[in-house]
Design a binder for this molecule. Structure first.
Ligand code: ATP
Ligand code: MG
Length: 722
């Protein structure tokens, strides 16, 4: 290049520089967490632009979330001095797919104003098709089929690609026909689903070589972040765009870390890393080994842990960031999750007192139900927090539904609550009935529940609706009578059972249903610390009122899955217990592979931390209304003693006055106290019995939430974070 090296190259190490400057030909950057993979991609784009090799519109760059795409755009602008106007092809696989489809949808029969269906719409549509085929939609649930279609599409399989005798065939072998019918129906509706955002462009490019050639000409540089989590369809899409005829430039650069592949359950294929070198012969493979993010202790702990996985490509990691003041990874124990939230809250307040920003702290949980306790605690403490990658606990669909029941029992004039649940679960009280009730109530200026009680005495409603409404009203009367004298948690459980609400989710075949049931249990659990139903309802309205201003200094709470690619000064990792982490469901469903994916998740968690990493486990969780002792996660055993310190008992335990617990419960801590003395979790590990492990495991497969699904409710799936 001759002249002075641009500033943005100055700080890079030789391998990073190589990755940034090797612009011609395929490049694979395979490197551990925090080694600057994302930074390399960003700098590479800046370098391409700065040296005039391509216009912004000639670069195709794929990130894992829309948020990551926005951040990358901002950084590039900084690096090149803000002169970049737009980067139209920087985004997630899905958002880029939408753009391609808006342009060329007619080639698969879509007009450019096609709509993208959410999961709810998809399920409704499939249900219609199932019924139209004369099939029993109870025996063949639409949600289950929607899940199957999603899986097929992740694998790049259209209806024609499903083998006739596919063992997973749905509806006595009619699954393939239904899949065809579904796609036809979508075309008629001028609509597509999420999977189509990849499938359609693949089909378009395959059928129209000239068009594909045009895009080969356009995309002079292709870059992909978080490559280890691409699924088969994404890889097919990428290969179509990146693989060029002999002699043509093939400038594709993928960066990833096999140790951070955590979306296997959603179809991600870590083998895509191995395929890269095969499909792009002569690819230059660059390894980055210096970690710029974390202290030696954090890195040492993470590296030692992940070394327990067998299926690894293997790599070295080192850091220069070693300082005698650096603290080791801290392992803390608490009696139960309330205590855990209390202790973490305390730790956060202490950091805050020594001038640390809340923005630099994160709590990363394995299962989203764990968030509830922290949210409650932070509201009590007045600590700002934000939940990333999903709704806050009390905003979740199933929680809102359940709360609507409770509100209506406590406050018969709560019409919003009434309308929310009068036909949830379905009771044949549809829009017509609700409208009739509405009119009746308004005309007389009475609440809808009262109107309902009146209207069943008239013949305004059809007999069936009248009967259904009669039953509901009877139930509410009964619950209202119980309100004063039944313990409120008991009543709450009774309401959810008798109303059919719990059953609704038990019968639901969708992937998110188990998580919703788990959240409902957590809701009941959360009521225990209140003396009455009303007290609890009041508390929740306060929590819901808490601010979530983007600009506020706030602690982040998210699942480990959504923490990918991020970094924080201080990271809290609660709930490291067998059954929760590693998650029993992963172990049950995927055995050894499941365990290894859980371990990668632990690795992702620890490596998010720059300076401080606090791991927590509790010795008791309340499951199904019973206190059950839990075992420290085997992952704790896999941490090296040189980099880990077991926090003093007082720190996590002593100073908190035991909150609402009486001495009797503390007595039960005996086994805990036993297992605690250093080396802490090791002793407990030795005591582990199968009986305790069963606490999580064998509850009809619905025990613990399937992470990642069900975070946001049916409408919550957006183009972000595919
Ligand atoms: P992950 O695997 O978690 O996605 P990554 O490999 O993408 O990590 P980055 O996020 O790009 O790593 O970088 C980690 C941190 O190290 C960032 O704060 C980044 O700015 C910093 N960093 C990377 N390279 C350098 C460097 N050469 N000099 C100084 N800081 C660097
Ligand atoms: Mg990264």
């Amino acid at each position: 290049d001759g002249g002075k090296r641009p500033d943005y190259l100055a700080g890079l190490n030789p391998e990073q520089t190589d990755a940034v400057e090797t612009l011609e030909g395929p490049v694979l950057v395979l490197a551990g967490a925090g080694t600057g993979k994302t930074r390399v991609l960003t700098t590479r784009i800046a370098h391409i632009l700065n040296t005039g090799r391509a216009f912004p519109s000639q670069i195709l760059a794929v990130t894992f979330t829309n948020k990551a795409a926005r951040e990358m755009k901002e950084r590039i602008a900084l690096l090149v001095g803000g002169a970049v106007e737009g980067m139209p092809w920087l985004g997630t696989f899905h958002s880029i797919g939408v753009k391609l489809l808006r342009r060329h949808g007619e080639l698969v029969g879509l007009r450019s104003d096609f709509t993208i269906l959410d999961t709810d719409d998809v399920v409704r549509l499939i249900k219609q098709l199932i019924q139209a085929e004369g099939l029993d939609d109870k025996r063949w649930p639409a949600k289950q089929f929607a899940g199957m279609i999603d899986t097929w599409k992740n694998k790049g399989l259209g209806p024609a690609d499903i083998p006739e005798g596919d063992a997973r065939a749905f509806a006595n072998g009619r699954g393939r026909d239904l899949y065809f019918a579904y796609q036809n129906r979508l075309t008629t509706l001028n609509a597509c689903d999420f999977g189509d955002l990849l499938m359609h462009p693949i089909a378009i490019f395959r059928k129209n070589p000239d068009l594909l050639k045009e895009y080969h000409g356009r995309f002079r540089y292709i870059l992909v972040d978080e490559y280890q989590d691409t699924n088969t369809a994404q890889y097919m899409w990428l290969r179509l765009l990146a693989q060029r005829a002999k002699g043509e430039p093939q400038n594709v650069c993928c960066v990833g870390d096999d140790d951070q592949s955590i979306y296997g359950w959603r179809g991600a294929e870590v083998d895509n890393i191995l395929r890269f070198e095969k499909d792009f012969p002569g690819a230059k493979v660059i390894k980055l080994e210096r970690n710029y993010r974390s202290t030696e202790h954090i890195l040492g702990a993470a590296a030692h842990l992940i070394a327990h996985n067998e299926g690894r490509l293997g790599k070295t990691l080192f850091t220069d960031r070693s300082d005698p003041d650096d603290i080791k990874v801290q392992v803390h124990a608490s009696w139960d999750s309330e205590e855990e939230a209390r202790a973490i809250g305390e730790e956060i307040e202490q950091l805050q007192r020594s001038k640390h920003l809340l923005n630099d702290m994160a709590i990363l949980v394995r299962a989203s139900f764990q968030m509830r306790e922290f949210e409650d605690r932070f509201v009590t403490l007045g600590l700002n927090y934000r939940v990333i990658g999903g709704p806050r606990f009390y905003e979740r669909l199933e929680i809102r539904d359940a709360m609507a029941y409770f509100r209506l029992v406590a406050q018969a004039s709560d019409d919003l609550a009434f309308e929310r649940i009068i036909n949830t679960p379905k009771r044949g009280l549809g829009d017509t009935t609700v409208r009739a009730l509405h009119d009746y109530a308004r005309a007389r200026d009475i609440p809808m529940l009262a109107a309902a009680a009146d209207i069943i005495e008239t013949d305004e409603l059809k007999p069936k609706a009248r009967k259904a409404l009669f039953d509901v009203i009877q139930s509410f009367r009964r619950w209202q009578e119980l309100l004063e004298n039944t313990p409120h948690t008991e009543l709450a459980e009774q309401i959810l059972e008798e109303s059919g609400y719990t059953d609704m989710w038990k019968n639901d075949k969708s992937a998110e249903a188990p998580g919703r049931l788990e959240n409902l249990k957590e809701l009941i659990r959360s009521m225990e610390s209140f003396v009455s139903m009303r007290g609890f309802l009041e508390h929740v309205s306060l929590v819901m009122d808490a601010e979530t201003n983007e600009n506020l200094d706030a602690v982040s709470i998210m699942t480990l899955h959504s923490a990918k690619g991020l970094e924080f000064d201080t990271v809290f990792l609660p709930g490291w217990e067998e059954g929760l982490f590693p998650h029993q469901r992963s172990l049950d469903e995927s055995g050894r592979a499941g365990l290894e994916e859980e371990r990668r998740l632990a690795y992702v968690g620890i490596t998010r931390a720059k300076h401080r990493c606090h791991i927590w486990f509790v010795s008791n969780r309340r499951i199904h209304g019973l206190w059950q002792s839990t075992l420290p996660s085997r992952f704790l055993d896999e941490l090296p003693e040189t980099h880990v310190e077991v926090a003093e008992m007082e720190q996590s335990y002593g100073g908190y006055g035991r909150g609402g617990y009486g001495q009797s419960r503390f007595d039960k801590a005996e086994p805990f106290a036993n297992s605690y003395s250093t080396p802490g979790w090791k002793r407990a590990q030795a005591n582990k019995t199968d009986a305790t492990r069963d606490n999580w495991g064998t509850r009809s497969g619905h025990a613990v939430e399937r992470i990642g699904y069900g975070e946001s409710g049916p409408k919550g799936r957006t183009i972000d974070g595919e």
